[in-house]
Design a protein around this ligand. Sequence first.
Ligand code: ATP
Length: 242
Amino acid sequence: MAETMLRITDLVSSYGHIKALKGISLEIQKGEIVSLLGANGAGKSTLMKSILGMVRTEGGSIQFKGQELIGKKSHEIVPMGISLVPEGRKIFIDVSVEENLKIGTFFRKRPPARDKELQDMVYQIFPRLYERRSQLGGTLSGGEQQMLAVGRAIMSDPQLLMLDEPSMGLAPLVIAEVFHVIKKVNEMGITVLLVEQNAKMALKISDRAYLMNTGQIVISGTGEEFLQGDVLASVYLGGKKG
Ligand code: ATP
């Protein structure tokens, strides 16, 4: 029996009087890659921010490994083992790659040996970050900055890693590399929740996916079912099967 890592039930979140999530229910099993798809404004980022306690929730429940997250603050949630790579990367441009990675450790207290282990793991996944460890963050290419943002999130030792549009603004070859890396991170034992506009590539690496529209989930299924589904192909993937 699979172990449920995250269980969201009837979640309602709002910004003032704008209801951005209108009763979301979903589950993520340990070890999965799950994609959240949907047009701009569907509520994908809001869902991730709600999980991290960054948006006001009005109802429902978010359970992480059986513990309720609603009512907790981000600084309490991150140490429980959830990390977010935000849209637009947001690395520190005027400190080195190595210092950027260290910032990822600030949110969790643990033995320095574990920090070293995580840093080794990041350099193993991203050899280019190791080569550039003394370089300032701002001198990295867009793709390398994205790798650094993912590396920094790994440094906080997450069991669940959430990525908000990691391929945004990157060249096609670099995008392929980003997806490859996400798969590698997952194979190292980290469960992944992925928000992507690049639906086809996201689905190819996903175990399951949810399609959102105006604050609700409209379809859920396996990555394969989504890729083969004619309805979705015509509505969302531009009429082509991948
Ligand atoms: P995108 O791909 O454009 O980021 P999304 O699916 O992530 O889209 P959200 O950013 O979660 O969508 O937005 C969901 C809804 O909430 C939208 O109607 C948006 O206008 C609204 N919204 C998002 N952030 C805020 C905010 N800080 N204040 C008010 N409304 C917001």
